[in-house]
Design a protein around this ligand. Sequence first.
Ligand code: BEZ
Length: 261
Amino acid sequence: MAATLTRTALRASTSRLSNPHSTFAARQASPIFRRFLATPRGEQPRLRIGSEAPNFQAKTTNGDIDFHQWLDNKWAILFSHPADFTPVCTTELGAFAKLKDEFERRGVQMIGLSANDLSSHSSWVNDINDLSSTTLTFPIIADATRSIAWLYDMISTPDLEKLAHSGGVAFTIRSVFIIDPAKKIRLTMMYPASTGRNTAEVLRVVDALQMADGKGVATPVDWGVGEDVIVPAAVSTEEARRKFGEGNVREVRPYLRFTKV
Ligand code: BEZ
């Protein structure tokens, strides 16, 4: 369906742009159209929990990277922005930059992406630092062609069509990915343009994932470090008592057992 819509959009735009009598508005759209052509076509990959984070090469504010090499078998969060100097995103990047020590303590590298080129990234970073009284040190990927946003399944079909016809901003380039040391995607969140992300939730999920991996447990609603955790359904209560201690498994229901780790 999406591929058909995209092909239709491409055909429509191609005929308009190759027509010498095309409207002024259509001719104005041509640079954006060329940018769209630089974006891979067809279906965007369907990234899900457990998918390998796709590799790519990119220019960033900290130099050129090969993403898999940059990951370096460490935890990472990748978050994206539709354009530089967008107000909600400005507050988000400032807040993540301020939490550098918290992410480092958990062994998590941060990397941002914005669908503009490096020249405006640098002045945006200066502004973010100024506005949030911080020093943003993690790389921001330059994705002016939106090819990485496409690779990471961030662009809605209406936005793909809008970009092809009239350019503008792809509002849905507002994802968060948590990637583990095996390069597997462990969480995806997609935020609307009007709602700022929650840094505490990203840190909380990192804590929960690291707890789950390290101790073989699950975590309940709103869990925070230090609170009781859940014995996974696959572990019997007898096994759990052997593993976590005889007096350290609280069976609320046969299927809901808590323990302390
Ligand atoms: C923002 O304020 O960050 C924003 C504005 C337009 C589209 C997406 C994000």
